[in-house]
Write a protein that binds this ligand. Structure first.
Ligand SMILES: CC(C)(COP(=O)(O)OP(=O)(O)OC[C@H]1O[C@@H](n2cnc3c(N)ncnc32)[C@H](O)[C@@H]1OP(=O)(O)O)[C@@H](O)C(=O)NCCC(=O)NCCS
Length: 175
């Protein structure tokens, strides 16, 4: 996978919210899969429009969460990764993932989503590989996540293991 950096300056036609630092994504076949008009970018900025994020979460069928709590979650995440399609002057949030961390050993991945019309084109894998590479750069070696049953194989394909050495994830919920 090849990446190259392209930071939008204020004179670029990148629309609001406040100019995000964007890193262009390119992999063999991306243009063919998305059409020549589309360019795909990553960002690690947290100043994402929460309504746009809510719309992305709606599009994959997730239950709505109070925006003030979503804002806090983003503020308190170790890493926030968003994926954008730029088509002419239009910029659209098409993917998202974030990770919490102890800043030393462990990180946990949350809220992985790709907008339905962009699924099945390798973008979910690219988003996760980007997030993992950022965590590895911070010397985080233990990356965990909680996979919905229908996406276990997606994460397996990225190298995640279920129950390594028999270890079970355990949950406590208020009764
Ligand atoms: C799960 C999700 C992020 C995958 O994104 P995507 O862009 O469709 O995935 P990709 O196209 O990058 O797929 C990469 C590989 O995983 C496989 N894959 C994708 N979704 C899969 C699934 N649900 N189950 C099994 N394999 C899957 C693809 O076939 C592909 O395999 P290949 O490399 O052998 O061709 C996306 O489907 C999504 O947002 N789903 C709704 C939200 C969700 O369920 N999030 C996860 C919560 S834990």
């Amino acid at each position: 996978m090849g990446f190259w950096k392209s930071i939008f300056s204020s004179s670029d036609p990148a629309p609001s919210p406040k100019a995000l630092s964007l890193e262009e994504y390119a992999a063999p076949g991306t243009i063919e899969r998305l059409g020549t008009q589309s360019r795909i970018f990553f960002s690690t900025d947290r100043n994402i429009d929460l309504y746009e994020l809510e719309e992305l979460c709606d599009s994959v069928g997730w239950a709505r969460r109070p925006l003030r709590k979503v804002r806090r979650a983003l503020e308190n995440s170790f890493l926030v990764v968003s994926m954008w399609e730029i088509r002419g002057a239009r910029k659209r949030l098409i993917g998202f993932a974030r990770a919490t961390s102890d800043y030393a050993f462990n990180a946990t991945v949350w809220d992985v989503a790709i907008r339905p019309e962009f699924q099945g084109k390798g973008l979910g894998r690219a988003l996760m590989n980007y997030l993992i590479s950022k965590l590895r750069r911070e010397d985080i070696s233990n990356i965990t996540l909680f996979a919905d049953p229908h996406v276990v194989d997606f994460y397996r394909g990225l190298g995640f293991m279920s129950d390594p050495e028999g270890i079970k994830g355990m949950f406590w919920y208020p009764r």
